[in-house]
Design a protein around this ligand. Structure first.
Ligand code: GLC
Length: 746
């Protein structure tokens, strides 16, 4: 007697196999046994010209789109966008239903799903999670936001901010992962890996040298190719190596006189030829300035039409057909564009595991956001162990920063609509890149929960005298200072408003004052010498209030380390002025990055400056001992081993950092470079041996004439510590002259 269920299953399985085998015959691109390259090529070969051209132009904002003339955007495309674009989202590109190729639904951005009116979970800012110095933190974050994105109907994430914080006043530093290429490679790489592990395409952006927001759509960033390769491009190269992003988003600005989205050097020579990038270059929204020049210089997809001050529908079917007819664009290039767009749809699982709208476990998401924040907040100063708050602290004044309502978030295209909505409405700017959003995660409410035995009193700080009076009669005072940042705007390092005066008055009234900083990046702290304890929270995300309270009370031991140097004054900046700063958009400006690859701590080392707080700095409620540093050549890498011991009384984690120095003959941009790091968590008294590998590019300089990296023979000095200015042990290694091509092995 045949088992009814088993034989039914067998029949189903056979049918499925037969149908997939049959399907693979009819649509070989659906054959999962083939490589993504083979599948993409097979699909393109089955496409009509119109279907190929349908892939290379993306749309947004249907209300504006329908006003476009039919000869620019056909009625059929308009109808499809109106029917399928997810309202309030970044972009949509039609699929090819005839061939089973899905549409592309694009959402911003690196901290979570950003769709007007769609409440979703916000990770801490990318700069905040970079401070965890733990790629697992950003990978887990990427998985969480991708789960929310897929359940919201999206399959392309416009995430992966990888621009270096070359300019500390850059208004989008909060969306990026700091000033160092190794840290950025690991942390942004982790985010992209997490996102793509959930069968979405992620970008890496903004390609490249998009290092200021002032005049971002017209600024010409001028930098030598070796300096670019050893800094901004090295960050992207490490991201690329560590995460294989399906797409790169070319930036608004020019690089050495050519728009980034029609820049042969960036898109063809570096990304596609040297690195072997198989995915596609998509434009930033409105960043396209030509059709054939852009297509021939590496742009594969014009995205987000008609948003953002575009210069024309350069990749419309009509325009491209004319370019093909005139020979301005070869048909082979059109096929290559289509193939590059399809490659990640196959390679990252978008075709085989399509996104489906469904429920979201927001509690699970929030727990990921809280864990990320708790591993990222940076304890900058803690004199006389004022933190964690003593049990004897029975009256706690909490002042300013709308701490009774929530925590601040950055503005612009990365801004998530928080669950529960904006906790503080009506703050300026109310329009783009505003509104200013506070996520409803109140540090005050969290503190009351964690310390029910204490009397916690909040005051806004608008009236400094009243705030000082409350501080004076309290056991401790906690002042929250905030610095809002938004896309398209750069910021002075000074705190806005009278926050510096507020801090000065409060710490004068009560020496037991703690300052919690919610900033987009580095800020100046004229009160830093007077304040005994400072916690940098950056933009701490959906459970930021809870994370702040847990760290202040010692429920969580802080373990963040600075991904960006905090200057002691504006005099320490590489550029006194930002061209076009706070001027109306559209002014043609250029900036010569004469500091080259000497960004952040490298700049401070070159100039002999002492920053207020150094790159990699971060304190703990316990102490660590880093010893036994050993180094050896392992193939092309330098392998480093060392021991870390928790010599304190509570469990904790530290970011062990290995820096490398070369002899002057090596021609490096600065005395030392971060070679590698590891986040090490230990129970009190425990120790462990750690291994870090240093990529050979971190030991080399880039030689433009031969398009190769060169490691000069000589003595290389390795130093180990918990901050770039706190290095406790060192060793040397002799390296032979080594030269290797900048072209990646295929
Ligand atoms: C914006 C941003 C980019 C974003 C895109 C879509 O202008 O520069 O980061 O992904 O447009 O919103």
């Amino acid at each position: 007697m045949k088992h009814p269920i088993r034989s039914g299953l067998l029949a189903t399985a056979l049918l499925a196999f037969a149908s997939s085998a049959a399907l693979a015959q009819i649509q070989p691109w659906m054959d999962t046994s083939k490589s993504p390259e083979e599948r993409a090529a097979a699909a393109v070969s089955a496409m009509t010209l119109d279907e190929k051209l349908g892939l290379v132009m993306g749309y947004t904002d249907p209300e504006q789109l329908v006003k476009e003339p039919d000869e620019v955007v056909s009625a059929q495309i308009k109808a499809d966008v109106v029917a399928h674009h997810i309202k309030g989202s970044a972009g949509y590109i039609a699929g090819v239903p005839r061939l089973g190729i899905p549409a592309q639904w694009q959402t911003d951005a690196s901290i979570g799903v950003r769709v007007a009116g769609m409440e979703r979970t916000a990770l801490p800012s990318s700069l905040a999670t970079a401070a965890s110095f733990d790629p697992k933190v950003t990978e887990m974050g990427g998985i969480m936001i991708a789960n929310e994105a897929r359940a919201s109907g999206f399959n392309v994430f416009l995430a992966g901010g990888g621009n270096l914080a070359r300019e500390p006043r850059n208004g989008r530093n909060f969306e990026y992962t700091g000033e160092d290429p190794v840290l950025t490679g690991e942390m942004t790489g982790g985010l992209i890996r997490g996102i793509q592990s959930r069968h979405m395409v992620s970008t890496m952006k903004h390609w490249a040298v998009n290092d200021q927001e002032s005049q971002r759509t017209t600024v010409d960033a001028r930098i030598s190719k070796p300096a670019m390769r050893q800094s901004d491009l090295l960050a992207f190269e490490l991201i690329y190596d560590l995460s294989s992003p399906g797409s790169a988003m070319c930036a608004y600005n020019l690089v050495n006189g050519d728009w980034a989205c029609e820049n042969d050097y960036l898109n063809n020579q570096v990304l596609k030829q040297d690195w072997g990038f198989k995915g596609y270059v998509m434009s930033d929204w409105g960043a396209v300035h030509s059709s054939s020049k852009a297509a021939n210089n590496g742009l594969d997809q014009f995205t987000g039409y008609p948003c953002c001050g575009h210069h024309g529908a350069f990749f419309s079917a009509k325009t491209l057909k004319a370019d093909i007819a005139s020979g301005a664009i070869a048909m082979s290039r059109i096929d290559d564009m289509a193939q590059r767009i399809l490659w990640p749809l196959f390679a990252k699982g978008v075709v085989d595991d399509p996104a489906k709208v469904g429920p979201i476990d927001f509690n699970a998401s929030a727990a990921v956001a809280q864990t990320a924040a708790e591993q990222s907040l940076v304890l900058l100063k803690n004199e006389n162990d004022l933190l964690p708050l003593a049990a004897s602290a029975k009256t706690i004044a909490m002042i300013g920063g709308h701490a009774d309502k929530g925590v601040i978030q950055g503005g612009g295209s990365s801004g998530v609509t928080p669950i529960g909505g904006n906790a503080v409405v009506g703050l300026e700017p109310k329009t783009w890149p505003g509104p200013v959003v506070y996520i409803p995660s109140s540090p005050v409410a969290a503190m009351k929960t964690v310390k029910p035995d204490a009397t916690v009193t909040y005051i806004s700080g608008d009236n400094i005298k009243q705030a000082a009076a409350l501080a004076k009669k309290s056991d401790v005072a906690i002042v929250f200072v905030t610095q809002w940042m938004g896309e398209g705007i750069d910021n002075p390092l000074e705190l806005p408003g009278n926050q510096d005066a507020l801090v000065a008055a409060v710490v004068k009234a009560n020496p037991k004052t703690i300052v919690v900083v919610e900033s987009g990046g580095a800020i100046l702290m004229p009160w830093a010498n007077q304040v005994p304890a400072i916690l940098e929270a950056f933009y701490p995300g959906s459970r930021g209030g809870a994370a702040i309270a847990n760290i202040l009370t010692g429920k969580v031991n802080p373990s963040g380390h600075l991904p960006i140097s905090f200057p002691a004054s504006n005099a320490q900046l590489a550029h006194a002025e930002i061209p076009g700063f706070h001027k109306p958009d559209g002014i043609k400006v250029s900036i010569s990055y004469d500091e080259g690859a000497a960004i952040g701590y490298k700049w401070y080392d070159v100039k002999g400056f002492k920053p207020l707080f150094a790159f990699g700095h971060g304190l703990s409620y316990t102490q660590f001992n880093l010893t036994n540093l050993k180094a050896e050549l392992a193939g092309s890498d330098v392998k480093v081993n060392f021991s870390v011991k928790n010599t304190g009384k509570v469990s904790g984690a530290t970011a062990a950092q290995v820096y490398v120095s070369a002899e002057p003959a090596a021609g490096w941009e600065a005395p030392k470079r971060l070679g590698g790091f590891a986040k090490v968590k230990l129970e009190p008294g425990a120790s462990k041996t750690v291994e870090v590998k240093i990529d050979p590019r971190l030991l080399a300089t880039y030689d433009e004439a031969t398009n190769s990296w060169v490691i000069k023979a000589g003595t290389y000095h390795l130093s180990l510590g918990e901050a770039s200015d706190r290095l406790s042990t060192a060793t040397d290694i002799q390296l032979p002259e080594t030269r290797f091509s900048a072209v990646h092995a295929r």
